[in-house]
Design a binder for this molecule. Structure first.
Ligand code: HEC
Ligand code: HEC
Length: 208
């Protein structure tokens, strides 16, 4: 009996090592292995779904990074302006609540609606940057980094990743960005559908 046991044990070890290595590879997101397989899915179905999720995010990314969106999601504490996203002139700064620092409030110039004419300030009652303690930076992020930020509740303040769908579908600031100047590269409806597809297919992080 002892003799038989000795022959089985080493094989169990090999299986255990192979299993752990496989799990490790799938956690690292090695291409060719899905990060998660949903009930009823084959490995191939999961791979296809995850590729579609990433592709949807990559399309939406071009909207997030377009000047109409990124100008209010800057890396620093100064909003950006124009199609070249230069720093906002006149010494405008975020301020703790995003509505401007000291007496230089966004509202001084940005009215409740867009003002007609070249180089006039666009406007909406809620015109502001995200607050200082949660600045929601898009500028400078790769698709993978931006997607990871959206999945981080400390970045968004969202309890669940699903809230981003509602935000891009209904938020007045988001809708407004499609109403003036050089428009973002997708129509609003297409963009919101891409964000929804990204989330519903698993909110998978793009490779880069
Ligand atoms: C006038 C400035 C402004 C513009 C323009 C703007 N945003 Fe925002 N954005 C904000 C503010 C302020 C918040 C925080 C909202 C809140 O706390 O309710 C925010 C929050 C968000 C959020 C949720 C939180 C997060 O993770 O960043 C997303 C997503 C977002 N914006 C996407 C967009 C997209 C897409 C566009 C362009 C179509 C856009 N924003 C244009 C000011 C802006
Ligand atoms: C002193 C007046 C003034 C103040 C104060 C001001 N802005 Fe502006 N802002 C403008 C003008 C004018 C433009 C349009 C510039 C142009 O098109 O050349 C503009 C443009 C912008 C743009 C560019 C929009 C786009 O899509 O390219 C953003 C973003 C912006 N402002 C955010 C803010 C925020 C946020 C605040 C408050 C923290 C603020 N501004 C305060 C005058 C002001």
């Amino acid at each position: 009996m002892k003799h038989v046991n000795l022959r089985i044990r080493p094989r169990k070890w090999i299986l255990a090592i192979l299993f752990l290595a496989g799990t490790g590879l799938s956690i690292l997101g090695i291409p060719g292995e899905p990060t998660a397989i949903r009930p009823g899915e084959t490995r191939e179905m999961a791979l296809r779904r995850e590729a579609e999720s990433k592709a949807a995010f990559e399309s939406a990314y071009h909207v997030f990074m377009s000047p109409r969106c990124m100008n209010c999601h800057p890396a620093g504490n100064v909003p950006l302006q124009g199609d070249d996203s230069h720093l906002h002139t006149q010494g405008v700064r975020r301020g703790p609540d995003g509505r401007g620092l000291y007496a230089l409030k966004c509202k001084n110039c940005h009215q409740d609606a867009n003002l007609p004419g070249e180089h006039m300030p666009p406007g909406l009652p809620t015109w502001r940057l995200p607050p200082e303690d949660r600045p929601m930076v898009f500028q400078g992020k790769s698709p993978r980094e931006l997607a990871a930020s959206f999945k981080n509740a400390r970045f968004t303040g969202f309890a669940s990743i699903h809230q981003i769908i509602e935000h891009v579908e209904k938020d007045p600031l988001v809708l407004h960005s499609f109403t003036y100047g050089t428009r973002p590269p997708l129509e609003h409806g297409e963009f919101a559908a891409k964000v929804r597809e990204w989330v519903e297919k698993g909110a998978v992080l793009p490779d880069k």
